[in-house]
Design a protein. Structure first.
Length: 141
């Protein structure tokens, strides 16, 4: 996120403010690490809401990817940094949304593209020229 304000209680704000006192992971699966992060974020969060962690469907369905052995040891680590190191160690990517942290394989698309269609009356664009241009002549024309 840029310098914009972050809503209080959002996942973005919580991964910045929650500090995990100690972490020792030895050959842990992605699911085990995500469950650890979920539980620890609740314990360390002053309002005990914690952070919602989600596995992208492509990662959850891939048994080989989700059983990567993650080995790390840290003390007094901010939750956001811990997520970053976990993803680096496992070759994963993550996205912090307002409501959750989404963890996915490197190739999985994390940003949605939205396509919108708008109805325009016939002739509207012809009646409002925006610049001088030559008429389009299609192939062979």
């Amino acid at each position: 996120m840029t310098g914009s304000s972050v809503p209080a209680g959002s996942a973005t704000e919580k991964v910045r403010s929650i500090v995990i006192p100690a972490v020792t992971l030895e050959d842990a699966s992605v699911q085990a690490v995500v469950e650890f992060l979920r539980e620890e974020s609740r314990k360390q969060d002053p309002d005990h809401g914690g952070v919602n962690f989600l596995l992208h469907p492509s990662l959850a369905a891939n048994q080989t990817a989700s059983h990567r052995g993650i080995t790390l040891s840290f003390s007094r680590m901010p939750l956001g940094e811990l997520v970053r190191y976990v993803c680096l160690a496992a070759g994963l990517q993550y996205k912090i949304d307002d409501n959750a942290v989404i963890i996915a394989d490197r190739g999985a698309p994390l940003d949605r593209m939205e396509t919108r269609f708008y109805s325009v009356n016939a002739g509207v664009l012809d009646s409002m020229p925006t610049r001088q241009a030559q008429p389009f002549k299609g192939p062979g024309g």
